[in-house]
Design a binder for this molecule. Structure first.
Ligand code: KDG
Ligand code: MG
Length: 408
């Protein structure tokens, strides 16, 4: 069996999805995702210029050897762009393998460990009352877990995860169009004074059962993160995400000495070497890698297994920029992983998105149910794809109130 051709598609409804389609001499094809927010043309070029020419003629069933060929063969290893491009190939090859077996992909990983996978929604408000309404909306929809992000009184501009507009017009996906990033202002002192109290009020309003998550988005220094984690301990968060930037694997030592709040980290990681110390030293409770950014199913499975040995559960990244192909791959890992925790789930469930990526995966009462169709269980409509093209965009940058560039 041989790979005969592969194509890359760039674009989608409101998003620059990077979709890979690998064709074989037996008519079976596989789909992969190389979407990386704000750098989509680069993973597309990595695929087109290097990986695809090297795939032609290879046996698509040799997923491991092909993964090693690209990873070890790159000489300059790792990095988000390379690992995302490898992921697209790997996901597509697992799609082919499962289609050949006539099985949903989770069967090849070890079968189902659960029926539905718990997901969390994103509630957001420009102020606390607005956020309360947004949480109530998701609770009414049946969600058992909600991430909460809130605008702060006196903060000079909106920041990550915070809504623009209120009520029906609430929209937390700010405008990321344009290659020059928009700038946000961040005030750590204001945040430290406001947010712990706001989280306590949310817990009082919604009672003990709701799983409440909060994303600091890398904004605190290690000492500040320890102080914050101590302050929010009575809220009994399901997790506190990215309290410090993830580059420093020692940054959480102080926090761990002072607080038992569960910590989730890893959405910017692209390999096991970014998180092995964090996992082995049991500095985190949830690992947040995305299968698309961490080298695909072959590599992410290794991270999940290492995590499982150290009581770390999964909480894969699933922001709106993740394509339904990434989410399908994660759904199969979630169905299998013995150490599954929760899944972030924010695919734009618009009719346009569903038409481009038809699938039978579904969400019910706050749980994601994986499709039983052979392969990944998601397709890609090329006629629909012809409607879309790349539209330049960039994530914002953050500055402190004195102008110092900070972590977005
Ligand atoms: O591409 C960056 C976003 O996906 C990220 O900012 C979202 O932090 C995020 C989250 O938790 O979903
Ligand atoms: Mg996050």
């Amino acid at each position: 069996m041989k790979i005969t051709d592969a194509k890359v598609f760039l674009g989608g409804p409101g998003k620059n999805y990077v979709t890979l389609k690998i064709m074989t001499d037996q008519g079976v094809y596989g789909l992969g995702d190389a979407t990386i927010n704000g750098r989509e043309t680069l993973t597309a070029a990595y695929l087109t210029d290097y990986l695809i020419p090297n795939l032609i003629g290879k046996d698509p069933r040799n997923t491991e050897d092909i993964w090693q060929f690209f990873y070890r063969g790159a000489y300059f290893r790792r990095g988000p762009l390379a690992m995302t491009a490898f992921a697209a190939v790997d996901i597509a090859l697992w799609d082919i393998k499962a289609k050949l077996a006539g099985m949903p992909l989770y069967q090849l990983l070890g079968g189902k460990s659960r029926e539905g996978a718990l997901v969390y929604a994103h509630a957001t408000g420009s102020d606390l009352e607005d956020l309360m309404d947004s949480i109530a909306y998701y609770v009414e929809q049946g969600y058992k877990a909600v991430r909460v992000q809130c605008g702060m009184p006196g903060m000079p501009s909106a920041s990550y995860g915070v809504a623009e507009g209120k009520g029906q017009n609430r929209n937390y996906i700010t405008d990321f169009s344009g290659i020059i990033p928009k700038e946000e202002i961040w005030d750590t002192d204001r945040y430290m004074r406001f947010m712990p109290g706001a989280l306590a009020e949310i817990r009082d309003r919604f009672g003990p059962d709701l799983k409440i998550l909060h994303d600091v988005h890398h904004r605190l220094l290690p000492r500040e993160a320890a102080e914050f984690a101590k302050a929010v301990e009575p809220v009994r968060l399901y997790w506190l995400e990215d309290p410090t930037p993830a580059d420093d694997q020692d940054a959480l030592k102080l926090l761990r000495q002072h607080s038992t709040v569960p910590i989730a980290i890893g959405e910017v990681f692209n390999s096991i070497w970014d998180c092995n110390k964090l996992i082995e030293n049991e500095m985190i409770d949830f690992i947040r890698v995305a299968v698309t950014h961490a080298g695909g199913i072959t590599h992410t499975r290794r991270i999940v297994d290492l995590a499982g040995m150290h009581n770390v559960r999964t909480g894969f990244h699933g922001a709106p920029s993740h394509s339904p192909i990434c989410m399908a791959a994660q759904a199969h890992l979630n169905a299998w992983a013995p150490n599954f925790g929760i899944q972030e789930y924010l695919v734009l469930g618009t009719p346009e998105c569903d038409a481009l990526f038809p699938s039978e995966h579904f969400l019910r009462d706050g749980f994601f149910h994986v499709s039983d169709a052979p392969g990944l269980g998601v397709d890609f409509d090329e006629t629909e794809a012809a409607r879309y093209s790349y539209s330049p965009g960039s994530l914002p940058v953050a500055r402190l109130t004195d102008g110092t560039l900070w972590n977005y």
